[in-house]
Design a protein around this ligand. Structure first.
Ligand code: FEO
Length: 382
């Protein structure tokens, strides 16, 4: 695939991986992107997951047309991009590996002492390939410490590492935002502050094309993608709406959650409902960040929270959830505790508004519960 006359795509699709990063379902697979710039000097950008080493090496060979690569630029050492470095160097031993000091610290932990020809670059340093010129822009903790973008100054192409990437193989026709948002919040979400710093650096560049490490190359309407990243990394809600996330054993807590959803929909609210024991947790996390309000509903279990709810709230905390309004529905047949426990998870999170109205379901939804749910719905739309 051609990005420009001299910049080629050599990445691969993976449609068979069961769990990306060992935990995320990817129903439409994922792509491991890699690029080549053909110039007086030839640079390859990143390798791919070891599941696809041979396919990738074959793509690289086809594009090189018998020539030898001069450089392998490493933007990120996570193994979905770095695992084929050793195979590449076995095939092209004269290539110089380009990275920063942290890149090589991590690379040597993975591969040992295989880097005979290496070029250690600093922030802002440039490397000429002939007509093309690479400028290295460090992006530490987006989402690993060694991450660096490369800006090609002639054709104005940003090689953006994981940033602007999405789940989904490239032969899938699907909306960018949904799977990019799920990717962002679950994988990069904790590091909003560092993403903001890098976006400021990127704003100083004239960018025509973004080449991420996953998902499609972006070559039009770039302000849309950058705008989404700005909203997500600043932890601002993207849409007005309510996520109701519930953990239920026998369906009574679920019933309360569904009734609240119905009441809110009647008021014209956009509502998403997640059954935390069954849904994709990553999707629930995504929706929690997408909307401005969150209601969690959990049964009390062993005097604590039902495990699926505990897991959901731990994820939110780990991803720096903030700037939202939250409310709770608890259930318990003898000593309901889950309201207090859920509320405790939000202590210490930034700028969380807690709605005082706590709906308590005592075993099953009855008329008095319905009344309480109406009151909660009214509070949520205020
Ligand atoms: Fe796609 Fe952080 O690796």
């Amino acid at each position: 695939m051609q990005i420009t006359n001299e910049i080629k795509y050599v990445g691969v699709n993976d449609r068979t991986i069961d769990l990306f990063e060992g935990q995320y379902v990817v129903p439409n697979g994922v792509s491991y992107n890699s690029y080549v710039i053909m110039d007086d000097k030839i640079a390859v950008f990143d390798t791919v997951d070891k599941r696809k080493t041979e396919d990738w090496l074959s793509n690289v060979e086809n594009v090189l047309g018998g020539k030898k690569p001069d450089y392998l630029v490493i933007s990120h050492m996570e193994p979905d991009h770095s695992a084929s470095i050793d195979a590449f160097l076995k095939k092209y031993p004269s290539a110089t590996v380009v990275g920063n000091e942290k890149t090589f610290n991590i690379a040597e932990r993975f591969f040992g002492d295989i880097f005979k020809n290496k070029l250690v670059v600093n922030e802002g340093e440039e490397l000429s390939l002939g007509k093309h010129n690479l400028k290295f822009v460090f992006a530490p903790m987006v989402h690993w410490p060694e991450v660096m973008f490369t800006y090609e100054t002639t054709e104005k192409v940003l090689f953006s590492a994981d940033a602007f990437g999405k789940f989904g193989a490239l032969d899938v026709d699907e909306e960018w935002a949904c799977e990019a948002r799920r990717y962002y919040f679950n994988i990069v979400g904790k590091y909003g502050a560092t993403v903001q710093s890098v976006l400021k650096k990127a704003a100083a560049l004239d960018i025509k094309i973004i080449c991420p490490l996953h998902g499609p190359v972006l070559n039009e309407n770039l302000e849309y993608y950058i705008g989404k990243y700005n909203i997500w990394s600043s932890y601002q809600p993207e849409d007005k709406g309510v996520l109701i996330a519930y953990a239920s054993i026998y369906g009574n807590t679920a019933k309360a959650a569904e009734q609240l959803a119905e009441l809110l929909r009647e008021k014209g609210e956009k509502v998403a409902v997640a059954d935390l024991a069954r849904c994709d947790m990553a999707e629930a996390i995504e929706d929690a960040f997408r909307y401005d309000r969150l209601v969690t509903a959990s049964v009390t279990y062993d005097g604590g929270l039902f495990p699926a709810m505990e897991s959901f709230l731990s994820h939110l905390k780990a991803k720096n959830y903030q700037n939202r309004t939250v409310a709770f529905i608890e259930n318990g047949s003898w000593a309901p505790m889950s309201g207090k426990l859920m509320r405790g998870f939000f202590d210490g999170m930034k700028n969380i508004t807690v709605i005082d109205k706590l709906v308590t379901v005592k075993s099953a939804v009855k008329d008095d519960t319905k009344e309480e749910l109406k009151q909660l719905a009214a509070e949520l739309v205020k």
